[in-house]
Design a protein around this ligand. Structure first.
Ligand code: PFF
Ligand code: NA
Length: 447
């Protein structure tokens, strides 16, 4: 365990990892992907992606952190010296993702306030225009400062007193919030229709390769792998902790939450006869519009944005810790200075992104995403391209280079994991998955 403290309990690690995994992606991306990619039938490729591509990489990362007790780049170096740079690349990429992730959380925090203060008199008519006006206001800048301030305080408190306590509070709470929203949604007259809209399976869609690529593409971001988080979080455990069972718990809790989020979204969309969409447009334009058509708008709206903010905060904390941990270890610094440096750099980049609106630099695009040029650029380059490339690098190193004999590193990793875990996985099967299946899937996704 790294000096400077780690998780006090096994539950603390699991909750923090689940808190990292559950985030914006689960709430605003997954439900729409299901709807758009064959309804309930999408669960088949999604499950395949989870088991064949997501969990295998999650296992590598948790094993790396657990076994070395070191954070990302140093853990990778310990196993394979020439690849330390891959870890630093993950650290840098996590920094970039966090910078724009915080911007979005800042909007979400502002929308909690709007929902409470004038929820039932939201601007009527074109909420898209209203949202663009919001982007040019100073609220996004204030939001960045608020979210970074919260992150800063929690990070300074350390792993046990900060991250563990925050996640013990946030993670159960977001389950309560998503269940509340789902129950309220299902009680609407459109409740069942919403479910049909979400889940009616179109098995014919499964012959479309695009749907399989969508499933494999979503899995890494949603599991928070390839940005150095899981290695770092796992390294804060005492020695000899369970690897396999923890990986499965984290993965299934994350995907279960995403599945539930659809119940909390589609009944409202159908009630308002609103167009289904995802991401920024869903959360900040379509859903606020939909909430206006039902009773108790302010409460429902506030619950939704509280859910989005808290789910995102635990992810953002993990993204920041993924730089704090490695920098501390590499440069032998204290937590206080390291958090100061990471937060200062992070807030600066987040502010650059948030200032695009107030400085009048938004693009002309019709879609909300298009007008956010900086945010869109960072998102595409870091999440869409770089993240799968880092995952590919990890798999090639640990599936092939780190290997022994014909069966590569997977066999060693599975054997090590089996020695400490509640249940075992077959080492040779795992080795082949890591050597062949995962790199093939990642290769396709990147191309
Ligand atoms: N997994 C989170 C989500 O789905 O929103 C976001 C995230 C957090 C992605 C941390 C990557 C990461 F390293
Ligand atoms: Na997630």
């Amino acid at each position: 365990m790294s000096e400077g403290g780690g998780w006090a309990t096994r539950l603390g690690f699991i909750l923090a990892a689940v808190g990292s995994a559950i985030g914006l992606g689960n709430i605003w991306r997954f439900p729409y992907q299901v709807h758009a990619n064959g309804g309930g039938a999408f669960l088949i490729p999604y499950f395949a992606a989870l088991v064949l591509a997501g969990i295998p990489v999650l296992l590598v990362e948790i094993w790396l952190g657990s076994e070395t007790g070191l954070t990302t780049p140093l853990a990778i170096r310990e196993k394979f010296e020439e690849s330390e740079f891959l870890g630093w690349w993950a650290v840098l990429n996590g920094f970039i993702v966090n910078a724009y992730y915080v911007v979005i959380l800042g909007w979400s925090a502002a929308f909690i306030v709007f929902a409470v203060t004038h929820g039932s008199e939201l601007p009527t008519g074109d909420l898209f225009t209203a949202f663009k006006a919001f982007l040019t206001s100073w609220y996004p800048v204030a939001g960045v400062i608020v979210i970074w301030a919260v992150n800063y305080v929690i990070l300074q408190l350390g792993v046990e007193d900060g991250l563990e306590r925050a996640n013990k509070l946030f993670v159960p709470f977001i389950w309560v919030l998503v269940i509340l929203l789902a129950v309220r949604g299902l009680m609407l007259p459109s409740g069942l229709e919403g479910l049909e809209f979400y889940l009616t399976p179109d098995f014919g869609a499964l012959t479309d390769p695009g749907i399989w690529i969508a499933a494999f593409g979503q899995i890494y971001f949603t599991l928070s792998v390839a940005l150095g988080i899981m290695i770092t979080y796992a390294s804060y455990q005492p020695e000899g902790q369970d690897i396999t069972n923890n990986a499965f718990i984290i993965a299934f809790a994350n995907c279960g939450f995403a599945f539930l989020a659809g119940f909390a979204i589609f009944p409202y969309l159908v009630a308002a006869d609103a167009a289904a969409t995802d991401s920024i447009g869903l959360a900040f334009v379509v859903l606020p519009q939909a909430f206006q058509t039902i009773p108790f708008t302010p409460i429902v709206g506030a619950i939704f944005f509280l859910l989005l903010t808290l789910a995102g905060l635990s992810s953002s904390l993990s993204l920041a810790e993924a730089q704090v941990g490695p920098l501390r270890q590499k440069l032998d610094l204290g937590r206080t200075e390291t958090v100061n440096a990471v937060a200062l750099a992070g807030v600066a980049l987040s502010l650059v992104i948030a200032l695009e609106g107030p400085l009048g630099l938004l693009g002309e695009g019709e879609a909300v995403g298009q007008s956010l040029q900086l945010l869109g650029m960072f998102d595409t380059s870091s999440a869409t391209y770089t993240l799968p490339m880092i995952a590919l690098g990890e798999t090639l190193i640990f599936g092939w280079v780190y290997g022994v004999g014909a069966f590569g590193g997977g066999q060693r990793i599975a054997t090590a994991a089996n020695a400490v875990s509640d249940f075992s996985i077959p080492p040779r099967v795992y080795a082949v998955v890591l050597q062949i299946v995962v790199p093939t899937a990642l290769g396709y996704t990147i191309l």
